[in-house]
Design a protein around this ligand. Structure first.
Ligand code: NAD
Ligand code: IPM
Ligand code: MN
Length: 359
């Protein structure tokens, strides 16, 4: 198979974790006889510095000519005082909107060898296997008006019925392919957009009688996600609730540094990025955990290219390295030897290469 991928490293630890993920991608390509053509583009703070624009036209057109996009992370203190249009985060929001990537899939799985790194008790965290389906192109992130007023500020949460229907429908399909359970999260006791959301879920469940549906308010689900996370299968929710709940869910796995994501729209194109941000305080030190970005490559291969075996091989290699007791600083405990980003990446690459040789 021959494919084009646009790579957008971004800021902070973005370029470091992307370098690891690209190495893994190329090794998998070599092993399975695929050619991945990579084109690098600028986004976020790096693009502001170079083009005075967090998402330059050059980057958009690179992505338009590609089959998929792999992104690191954006943002950092250097640009925190910029005007809203010239913030790194604006580049990320614009690329999601431009490509209509309305469905953000954020899987959260307990990895047995990492359970000790989670602050949750082993018996609470084990067996967790859930998927947060976050609406990504609507809600308060994009609603108008948004502005500063003389004595305050305004943000607006807006959802059209169609926007809710398409993400909810996606989540139902996904639940059907998984354990058949769907938890819809809203704030229907307060918000009009949430009442619409709940109505849409109720209507749509008639078409999916095999899926078991429950509604939860976001505040109570924030608690249940920590007290009983293995209860959940597919969790579908609006943009901002999904943002918050997915960082919260990362504590189940032991670190934000292991959570991948896919942003898709229903065809083969997609944007793949770790759930975490640019972690400015550890940037440039070679200590970031690249697992989330490497696992995002696995999602890319699976969702955009249909390469299930290749994706599974990446997941297997990452798990095997954890099983062998190799960790970056975010996951290491007393007595563990701490690996740098590139040392840990090499372990994953050796794992993929070695199994290749021994077959
Ligand atoms: P963050 O996700 O960057 O970091 C949160 C915490 O997790 C920090 O302690 C960090 O050191 C740690 N961490 C994150 N990823 C890690 C990794 N791979 N390995 C080891 N430790 C890791 O969130 P933040 O500090 O709130 O935000 C920093 C910047 O990143 C902000 O500018 C924010 O806007 C941006 N951000 C970008 C994205 C994105 O590009 N998708 C996502 C979230 C935040
Ligand atoms: C994420 C991030 C982004 C979001 C920010 C950086 C715009 O937190 O991808 O989770 O809120 O969507
Ligand atoms: Mn976030």
């Amino acid at each position: 198979m021959e494919k084009k991928i646009t790579v957008l490293p971004g800021d902070g630890i973005g370029p470091e974790v992307i370098a690891s993920a690209v190495e893994v991608l190329q090794v998998v390509g070599k092993r399975f006889n695929h050619t991945f053509h990579l084109a690098y583009g600028a986004i976020g703070g790096a693009a502001i510095d170079q083009y005075n624009n967090p998402l330059p036209d050059e980057t958009i057109s690179l992505c338009e000519q590609s089959d998929a996009v792999l992104l690191g992370a954006v943002g950092g203190p250097k640009w925190d005082q910029n005007t809203p249009e010239l913030r790194p985060e604006k580049g990320l929001l614009r690329i999601r909107k431009h490509f209509d990537l309305f469905a953000n899939l954020r899987p959260v799985m307990a990895i047995p060898s990492l359970l000790g790194a989670s602050p949750l008790k082993k018996e609470v965290a084990e067996n967790v296997d859930l998927m947060i389906v976050r609406e990504l192109t609507g809600g308060v992130y994009f609603g108008e008006p948004r502005m500063r007023t003389d004595d305050g500020a305004i943000d607006t949460t807006v959802y059209s019925r169609k926007e809710v229907e398409r993400i909810v429908e996606n989540a139902f399909h996904l639940a059907r392919l998984r354990k058949g359970r769907l938890c819809s999260v809203d704030k229907a006791n307060v918000l009009e957009t949430s009442r619409l959301w709940r109505e849409v879920v109720e209507e749509m469940k008639k078409r999916f009688p095999d899926v078991q549906v429950e509604h939860h308010l976001v505040d109570s689900v924030a608690m249940k996600l920590i007290t009983n996370p293995s209860h959940f299968d597919v969790v579908v929710t609006e943009n901002m609730f999904g943002d918050i709940l997915s960082d919260e869910a990362s504590v189940i796995t032991g670190s934000l540094g292991v959570l991948p994501s896919a942003s898709i729209r229903g065809d083969n194109f997609g944007l793949y990025e770790p759930v975490h941000g640019s972690a400015p305080e550890i940037a440039g030190q070679g200590v970031a955990n690249p697992a989330a970005t490497i696992l995002s490559v696995a999602m890319l291969l699976k969702y955009s290219f249909g390469l299930k075996e290749e994706a599974a091989e990446i997941e297997r290699a990452v798990n095997a390295v954890f099983e062998d007791g190799y960790f970056t600083a975010d996951l290491a405990r007393d007595g563990d030897r701490v690996l740098t980003t590139s040392e840990w990446t090499n372990k994953v690459i050796n794992e993929i290469d070695t199994s290749f040789v021994s077959e």
